[in-house]
Write a protein that binds this ligand. Structure first.
Ligand code: FES
Ligand SMILES: [Fe+2]
Length: 356
């Protein structure tokens, strides 16, 4: 069976098909959330207020006051860690239950506890805030957010760029093995085109390019290394670089996520984690990282000029095989959520060949 085909996600696809649920999404970096700070973020087209109470605990609520719709993020975090709406002062606990309605007087027996704003499961780990987007509000999370497998997982470098595209184009751009020579056309990244052969194996919710020796000259900064590049739903890509430098074995972990803000806006957020003694590699990331992610951002802006006309698109073998798998895994996940059946990953181990 030929795997070449058309790409069925057009720019006009409904939002419901665009976003898969019952998954953890990386909503924001944790660092700006000092105690008493809250902020509005968009996630899968929904406004969410993320905040940190004075006790240090974090919360995520739908950023729409159930009384008359004012964003709760414009209000205050009170001493008891409840969120106060700026319009009529209704207060909400971190589980979303209303704890006070100031206008009530004695004898008016409206029970605030019967009023609720949606609350989202939130986990803070590795300097990141993960929010669980359940298909059914209130459903308990299945599984946990992806973890950075490094002791002392501290973000050493991070860059966020907003891509004017849906999550699919951002994700496909991220895993596309053949764009680098054209899009990242820099002396420090470019190599002479060669036939590549890489082995891919399935992961629970995606696939991984098995460990290999990278050919890009930029890696030579770290000496002899091997890298493994994983992808799992909804949009998590780990690059695990392992090697030995000055006789010391080390691991550097890159994590890139594509966080869908709405159907046409996706943040691509990249974090790198490394052991403290590798501090001298930081300037390299500061110097080149923004340009590198910026290249990918600019190409999707250009792509938008074509997508406006809702053309049929293509995915070809083997260069677009990761994208074909992505669509297949995403579709199977969406169906399993909708039908309440178990998700089965149909990706099979395969060696892909392409020239890049
Ligand atoms: S709109 Fe929030 S309290 Fe009235
Ligand atoms: Fe790229």
């Amino acid at each position: 069976m030929s795997e070449a085909g058309t790409l069925d996600h057009k720019a006009s696809s409904p939002e419901s098909a665009m976003f898969v649920r019952d998954l953890w999404y990386m909503a924001a970096l944790a660092a700006p959330f000092r105690p008493g700070v809250m902020r509005r973020v968009m996630l899968l087209g929904e406004p969410v207020v993320i905040g940190r109470g004075r006790s240090g605990e974090m919360f995520a609520l739908r950023d729409i006051c159930p009384h008359r719709g004012v964003p709760l993020s414009a209000g205050k975090i009170k001493a008891d860690d409840s969120v106060e709406c700026p319009y009529h002062g209704w207060r909400f606990r971190k589980n979303g239950v209303c704890s006070a309605i100031p206008s009530l007087v004695e004898g008016q027996d409206l029970d605030p506890a019967k009023i609720k704003v949606r609350s989202y499961p939130l986990i803070e780990q590795d300097g990141l805030i993960w929010i669980y987007m359940a298909a059914k509000p209130g459903a308990a999370p299945k599984g946990e957010p992806p973890k950075v497998l490094l002791s002392d997982a501290k973000i050493r470098w991070t860059e966020t760029q907003t891509f004017a595209c849906n999550i699919d184009h951002a994700v496909i751009g991220l895993m596309d093995p053949c764009h680098a020579a054209f899009v990242h056309d820099h002396w420090w990244w470019k190599t002479r085109p060669k036939v590549k052969e890489k082995r891919y194996v399935p992961l629970p919710r995606g696939f991984t390019m098995a460990p290999h020796k990278p050919v890009k000259p930029a890696y030579s900064l770290l000496g002899e290394v091997s890298t493994e590049i994983t992808f799992e739903l909804p949009s998590t890509r780990f690059e695990i670089i392992e090697g030995t430098l000055f006789g010391q074995p080390f691991k550097v972990v890159g994590l890139t996520v594509c966080t869908p803000r709405d159907a046409q806006t996706t943040d691509t957020i990249q974090m790198f984690y490394w052991p403290g003694w590798l501090f001298f590699i930081k300037p390299f990331f500061q110097l080149l990282g923004p340009t590198f992610i910026g290249d990918d951002r600019k190409i999707v802006e250009l792509q938008k000029e074509g997508l406006k006309f809702d053309p049929n698109l293509m995915l070809i073998q083997d260069a677009d095989q990761p994208a074909i798998w992505y669509h297949r895994v995403k579709k199977a996940w969406a169906e399993s959520v909708e039908n309440g059946t178990e998700f089965v990953n149909s990706v099979q181990e395969k060696v892909l060949r392409w020239r890049s």
